[in-house]
Design a binder for this molecule. Structure first.
Ligand code: SF4
Length: 964
């Protein structure tokens, strides 16, 4: 009998389009793995794992909460203690309020993942009980409720849903893609023998290999970052495991969507069919073999995972004994799995139990981190989505096709991946290309894609850091995935129960939902699962990433890796230039590697610059915020259509430019720094007028002005080459140019950040032309927004070094080219690209520190001044950078506009007395400098310490004609 309101079932899965390979072919290709000694396989697997180009020395885990939305299931596998049956007075489903309550506890503990694992379409087996309860809540199917819960979780708490909802159709998978960071289904095995009477999957139609492979393939077509894996020891042979892995490999080769493989060992339990039959748990070496085989078959890029709470214990420790013996045996088991080639421990929770294996609690993070460190690896938290699948620049392979999701709402069938309670983590994949995206960005900042980006650092791992460029550190932290505006609203509201999710389609039941929910709550007396409480102080653990990029408060390797140590020695002792891939490797440093890189940079800075820290007394003049360009990171510019946004559009009249320059000189400045938007009425002559106005106000002041974009605009408007136009500017008194508008010198990144701006090559041509005519420039990078961090930063540094070498070759000698390198961390708070949900929250603190340190090492000896931006980093963190390779604090500025428009609030001016106090507090000697690192006139220096208050600024409306 069907429950009232439950719609008829759709097909349970699509047809399998990629046939399974036959066993004979699998054995021809991989049969040697059955014969080779285990030690040899493990050595080969570990070596492959250590070739992971981007994450060689790290082992990851996903801090999560486990949300068993329902333990009812249409199937009953021979090993499962998760599944249950309806009981009077006990709810079959966690309520939305319970789900959010657990998720909020997880968010408070620094978790990133909400694992939704549940029985497969229980309404098919229990139409009255499951179907009735769903209808009472206002949902037509379990999957419809999963969708609503997942959306509520990430919007409310920032936790990122990973959904294990069982066998599904492509349409259903696509619909859940809109609310999930990743999805998964354990293949478990392809052995048909397991479907025979008395075997593990006897009577479990959802465990038919074709059904499961069809679902995994449908996820590939839908472009979903996906988790799968094997259940080892449920009656499968080693050859069966090779066959199952070969099936997964075929699908991954076609779609590129399998981000991790879980090798989960069967654990024999009482109260199950297999337990009663005396089926033994597999020994550790069976799991090691499966791990090694998977690593060898999938290569270095695939994430290979083994759940650490299920590790088979050797030496009789499985049956109990002294706690110390058990702990030692567990640590030995973990080491054995690391030696076999895993790189991930999967999901671990400080809040919830493993509902699939409740007798096997997840370990505390401390011993797991210690065992990982003992193997020379650093344990780091990650997201449910693996790095290769993150962001706007990562797209599915051509085998998949993204499109509008149209799902026939299911009241269908099919068990979930309930055998894999730990099946939640995902690994990196092979490269991907073309069409669509791995994450759904529909809905902008409210989308799941935006939530994932908010939680990510620049390497695609969990950010877990409250620091953000431009934001005072005392401000309240926002949970990683959470939308900042939504979070502020929640903070200002009371601790009232969480609202039901809006914007979820409840189908035909939507109108009845509230009434049903109330009556359901009245009748239900007991929750479906035990709900966690906040851990007692000191008993739980919390995830936070510290300034060196390692997990805060947990064991980590104490010595730098051999690779990093060798590179640093080469730079410091041999003067060996770093190659681009080596720069990237240093930019991925964490923990002891991070400390070693910063120490090396500090040593090199000491050799090159000594202990003095320079700064320039200057004034910023941003003469207009009107701009025809559409840079997605820019909160400063005003297009004609956006004059009402973020304050009025303005131009600064020429006489005001003169006045500000004169006032700056009176206040001890030796430089005015002038840049602005690309006003549609400006020509190359306008910039000459601006320059003349500044010189008129302060004839002896150094004018540091006009970004490469402005130079290109000015030259083009006058029909001049860059060189000729720059010569005219130089003749008119231009002293040097800011090397801004570089952003990230990668046209793929620029296509997102500044599609209509000059290309990376064009930027280099303008800067090269300036250097060729004898004008020096600074060099910059704006980092931490949308780019794949370390790779893009390494390429950027390499390009700056090339340009500087080009300038050096052209010159007969003396100081040429770039004066300095200024890393500018992306300030996200008001940046349009962030507000649209298309960027991260800028670099983390450890990334910010590291880029300065690596720049010192990579640019040596060509660019010898590395500047810390107090405007972006904050004065205290800028001072900290003085121990990480920096020797310059930039300018005192007087008027900061652009970064404050992006939401920064580190102030408008850092006057010399305060600047010098900060530098001395860092143990270094302040030195006032000119723009070109000379010595300022003594009377200017004296004035700078006695500066009067600034007079009010004067602006004019755009179009007033005052600059023409
Ligand atoms: S960054 Fe510069 S060019 Fe781009 S929109 Fe802003 S002001 Fe205009």
């Amino acid at each position: 009998m069907a429950a009232a309101g439950v719609s008829s079932p759709p097909p349970l899965h699509d047809p399998l389009q990629t046939p399974m390979p036959d066993m004979q072919h699998v054995l021809v290709e991989y049969g040697w793995l059955l014969e080779a000694p285990l030690e040899q396989l493990m050595a080969q697997a570990a070596q492959l794992r250590d070739q992971r180009p981007r994450h060689a020395n790290i082992v990851t885990f996903s801090p999560k909460v486990f949300l068993p939305l329902t333990r009812l299931c249409r199937d009953r596998c021979g090993y499962c203690t998760f599944v249950t049956t309806p009981r009077p007075g006990r709810r079959a489903y966690m309520t939305l309020e319970e789900v959010l309550q657990v998720a909020e506890l997880g968010a408070a503990a620094g978790c990133s993942e909400a694992l939704l694992t549940l029985g497969d379409r229980p309404e098919l087996a229990w139409p009255a009980e499951a179907g009735g309860e769903l209808a009472a809540m206002g949902y037509g199917s379990t999957l419809e409720y999963v969708e609503a819960a997942a959306q509520a979780i990430y919007r409310r708490t920032g936790l990122l849903p990973h959904i294990n909802a069982g066998v599904m159709t492509e349409a259903e998978i696509r619909r859940l893609k809109k609310v999930s960071a990743s999805q998964g289904l354990m293949l478990e095995s392809t052995s048909m023998d397991l479907l025979q009477p008395g075997a593990a999957h006897d009577g479990c139609s959802s465990k038919h290999p074709v059904a499961r492979l069809a679902t995994i393939e449908a996820a590939g077509r839908a472009g979903v970052p996906y988790t799968s894996g094997l259940l080892v020891g449920i009656g499968d042979s080693r050859a069966d495991r090779l066959h199952a892995l070969a099936c997964l490999r075929r699908l991954h080769d076609k779609y590129g969507h399998i981000q991790e493989l879980i090798l989960q060992n069967f654990v024999a339990k009482g109260g199950t069919r297999m337990g009663a039959a005396g089926a033994p748990s597999p020994p550790l070496l069976e799991l090691q073999w499966a791990v090694a085989a998977a690593r060898i078959m999938f290569g270095p890029d695939m994430s290979i995972q083994a759940p650490p709470n299920l590790t088979p214990l050797e030496g009789g420790a499985e049956g109990g004994g002294a706690a110390a013996d058990a702990e030692a045996a567990l640590a030995a088991g973990w080491r054995a799995l690391l030696d076999a080639g895993i790189n991930d421990w999967g999901g671990i929770s400080p809040i919830t139990r493993d509902f699939v294996n409740p007798e096997r609690p997840w370990p505390h993070l401390a011993p797991l981190a210690a065992a990982t460190a003992a193997a020379g690896k650093l344990l780091l938290p990650r997201l449910p989505t693996y790095p290769a699948y993150l962001g706007l620049l990562a797209t599915p392979t051509s085998g998949s096709s993204d499109g509008a999701a149209s799902i026939a709402t299911a009241a269908g069938a099919g068990p979930s991946g309930s055998s894999s309670g730990s099946s939640n983590n995902r690994g990196s994949s092979s490269s991907s290309s073309s069409c669509g995206g791995w994450l759904d960005f529909t809905g902008g900042s409210a989308s799941i894609g935006a939530a994932v980006l908010r939680a990510a650092d620049s390497s695609g791992l969990l950010r877990a850091s409250d620091w953000a460029a431009g934001r005072p550190e005392a401000e309240a932290a926002v949970p990683d995935g959470a939308d900042e505006d939504a979070h502020k609203r929640l903070q200002s509201s009371s601790s009232s129960p969480p609202p039901a999710p809006a914007a979820v389609a409840y189908g035909e039941h939507g109108q009845q939902r509230q009434t049903h929910q109330r009556s359901h709550e009245q009748q239900a007396s007991r929750p479906s699962v035990p709900l966690p409480r906040p851990p007692a102080p000191g008993s739980g653990w919390r995830v936070a990433v510290s300034e060196d990029g390692a997990l805060q408060g947990f064991p980590a390797p104490t010595e730098p890796s051999r690779q990093v140590a060798r590179l640093l020695q080469g730079v410091l002792e041999g003067g060996r230039p770093l190659q681009r891939d080596e720069i990237e490797l240093l930019l991925r440093s964490r923990g002891a590697d991070h400390a070693a890189v910063c120490a090396a940079a500090d040593r090199l800075r000491q050799q090159v610059n000594g202990d003095s820290v320079s700064y320039v007394v200057n004034r910023n003049i941003n003469y207009t915020n009107v701009c025809t360009y559409k840079c997605s990171f820019c909160a400063f510019s005003k297009g004609k259509a956006a004059e009402a946004l973020r304050g009025p559009a303005y131009v600064v009249p020429l006489e005001e430019i003169s006045r500000r320059a004169a006032e700056a000189w009176e206040r001890g400045a030796t430089e005015v720094c002038m840049q602005g938007g690309i006003h549609p009425d400006f020509t190359g002559d306008t910039y000459l007028h601006i320059l003349a106005a500044a010189k008129e106000g302060a004839p002896r002041i150094h004018v540091h002005a006009f970004s490469p974009l402005e130079v290109a605009h000015g030259a083009t408007s006058l029909g001049l080459s860059y060189e000729r136009y720059l010569e005219r500017l130089a003749a008119a008194g231009l002293g040097s140019l800011p090397g801004t508008a570089a952003e990230v010198l990668d046209d793929t990144v620029r296509a997102v950040l500044c599609p209509d701006k000059l290309s990376a090559a064009e930027w280099g041509r303008v800067v090269g032309a300036a250097h060729a005519v004898g004008l020096r420039t600074t060099s910059t990078v704006m980092f931490g927004s949308v780019e794949e961090g370390p790779a893009a930063w390494a390429a950027h540094l390499d390009e700056l070094r090339r340009l500087q070498q080009q300038a050096e070759r052209r010159a007969a000698g003396g100081a040429v080219g770039f004066t300095e390198f200024v890393p500018l961390p992306f300030v996200h708070m008001e940046a349009p690209v962030y507000l649209q949900g298309r960027s991260r929250r800028g670099p983390t603190l450890h990334e910010g520190i590291l880029l300065h340190a690596v720049a010192r090492l990579a640019l040596h000896p060509h660019i010898t001044n590395i500047q810390a931006s107090w405007v972006k980093m904050g004065p205290d963190r800028a001072a900290q950078l003085l121990a990480a390779g920096c020797n310059d604090m930039g300018g005192s500025i007087m008027n900061e506009t652009i970064t404050r428009a992006a939401g920064a609030s580190h102030g408008q001016e850092l006057p010399p007395p305060r600047m010098e106090r900060i530098i001395r507090a860092a143990g270094r000697s302040p030195r006032q400098r000119t723009t070109l690192y000379g010595v300022p006139p003594p009377d200017q220096t004296a004035r700078s310490f006695e500066a009067a208050e600034l007079a009010p600024l004067v602006f004019a409306a755009p179009g007033s004609g005052t600059l023409r």
